[in-house]
Design a protein around this ligand. Structure first.
Ligand code: DP6
Length: 317
């Protein structure tokens, strides 16, 4: 009745933004991500028939704000008639600041809850259950480069390239640590309803996925950089053109993009991506990590730097 799982966040290079089914939480577009190695969420689920309600501790502190979504994830993994649970979570990076903490949390909780309730599920099914809790979490079941494809009423998630096949790092420039003003679930629904660019975003996505898939297969850094930056800026254009506008960036976000442009013009293999938050993720060749990290650290408004290589999918402890 008790199990612990660890999952790493993932960073999308070709983004998931928009849902085609809010009930089943099915994405409107496929996506491609990289799973990180250094950042983690470790989640213990202990079902206890004596408990009247679910309980959640994150880094030793009681947290009622995130509890409803995690309880819902337990219902998805163990059925609504499950016993109540004590959930204990440990996370080594800021929560709810656009660092994909939800992906690692929901991947970990689905793996831990399935084991705790005694169901042995194949990884593809765990990915579907995690995806119902949070779309991006489906990708954290796998390591390295991961593609999520829409397939009927399911998603199909697969590894495109293992973590150790291409020596890339991600340097995260943290430009704000508070929670984001609007969560991605609500924001992407608003984009679907109100952005004049939304339909074009959805219809162009297969071409971006194909370009990224080719770049990954041939380990062509320049091609991956070009398509990932384009796809990221297109997603943010959809956000900016929503009503009311969804703007996650701050001054330091833009300053980091400028730093990355300068590094690129010096011939450094680096590109940026930004999710539903103000942090800038610089993806670079491992040989350039120290240079990229130093340049971002000196950029105005950068509060902290995290860096990580590529890592493995969610697993039981
Ligand atoms: C910008 O997976 O958090 O990070 O399914 O509503 O929980 P829900 O959304 P979520 O959205 C992630 C959006 C993104 C892009 C991405 O990770 O692909």
């Amino acid at each position: 009745m008790r199990a612990t799982a660890t999952a790493q966040p993932n960073i999308a290079l070709i983004k998931y933004w928009g849902k085609r089914d809010t009930e089943l939480n099915l994405p409107a577009v496929g996506s491609i991500s990289i799973t990180l190695s250094e950042l983690f969420t470790r989640m213990t689920v202990a079902f206890d028939t004596a408990l009247p309600v679910d309980e959640l501790l994150i880094n030793d502190e009681k947290n009622d704000k995130l509890l409803p979504r995690l309880s819902h994830a337990l219902d998805i993994a163990a059925g609504a008639n499950r016993p109540r649970a004590r959930i204990t979570s440990e996370c080594n990076f800021p929560i709810a600041a656009g660092l994909a903490s939800s992906a690692s949390s929901f991947a970990a909780i689905v793996v831990a809850a399935s084991a705790a309730i005694g169901i042995d599920r194949p990884v593809g099914e765990l990915a579907n259950l995690a995806g119902r809790a949070s779309g991006s979490a489906a990708r954290s079941l796998y390591g390295g480069f991961v593609e999520l494809e829409n397939s009927g009423d399911r998603v199909v998630v697969r590894e495109l390239l293992p973590a150790d096949a291409w020596s890339l790092d991600v340097v995260v420039a943290v430009t704000a640590t508070g929670p984001k003003p609007v969560g991605s679930t609500e924001a992407m629904e608003s984009s679907r309803r109100t952005s004049p660019f939304y339909d074009r975003w959805v219809s162009d996505q297969p071409a971006d996925l194909a370009s990224a898939r080719d770049a990954i297969a041939s380990q062509d850094f320049a091609a991956l950089a070009a398509i990932a930056e384009h796809n990221c800026l297109k997603m943010h254009s959809v956000m900016w053109s929503s009503r009311p506008p969804i703007v996650y960036w701050n001054d330091a976000t833009l300053a980091c993009l400028q730093t990355i442009r300068e590094l690129q013009s010096d011939g450094i293999d680096v590109f940026f991506t930004i999710d539903a938050g103000p942090q800038v993720k610089a993806v670079c060749d491992k040989a350039a990590t120290a240079t990229v990290e130093a340049a971002l650290r000196e950029t105005d408004g950068v509060q902290d730097i995290l860096h990580s290589g590529l890592g493995a999918g969610a697993r039981l402890e």
